[in-house]
Design a protein around this ligand. Structure first.
Ligand code: DQA
Length: 145
């Protein structure tokens, strides 16, 4: 494996200034730097963000076609996007691991956040640990098994 895709959904481009009490005050560039520094030698972290559901789905197709492991923070799409869920299922059914991550713990928040339509097709889920949710997912994906 030489690349891990780190895909972020809507409003995560505002990380750093968006509800810092919930999501912290560091932005996506800082997340990219942290993950790149944590990645083992030879592993490239390709971190992207979009507010566009179709773009996110096409990035998952890219992961299927290239066999690239995925760390996915679907953001609000988590809670209602069956289209994104179906695309995530294409990834894992192809035998490519996909870890769903969240900065916050959605289960400790509003009721609508308690449902993830993605979790059932993800390889695993890590939530509530801030940037460590991503770091632990990267560690899992890049550890020998
Ligand atoms: C989030 C949690 C979602 O409920 C929310 O819509 C987000 C971010 C998280 O990382 O904690 O945008 O996925």
């Amino acid at each position: 494996m030489s690349t891990v895709l780190v895909l972020n959904g809507p409003n995560l481009g505002r990380l750093g200034s968006r509800e810092p009490d919930v999501y912290g005050s560091a932005d996506l560039d800082e997340l990219r730097a942290l993950l790149s520094a944590s990645a083992p030698a030879g592993v490239t972290v390709d971190l992207r963000q979009t507010d566009d559901e179709a773009e996110l789905i096409h990035w998952l197709y890219e992961a299927v076609d290239a066999g690239t492991p995925v760390i996915l923070n679907p953001a609000a799409f988590t809670h209602y996007s069956y289209a994104l869920r179906d695309a995530a299922a294409l990834v894992t059914k192809a035998g490519v691991p996909l870890i769903e991550v969240h900065l916050s713990n959605p289960h400790a928040r509003e009721t609508f956040r308690h449902t993830s339509v993605v979790s059932a097709v993800a390889t695993g889920v890590i939530a509530g640990l801030g940037f460590d949710s991503y770091r632990l997912a990267l560690n899992y994906l890049t550890s020998p098994r």
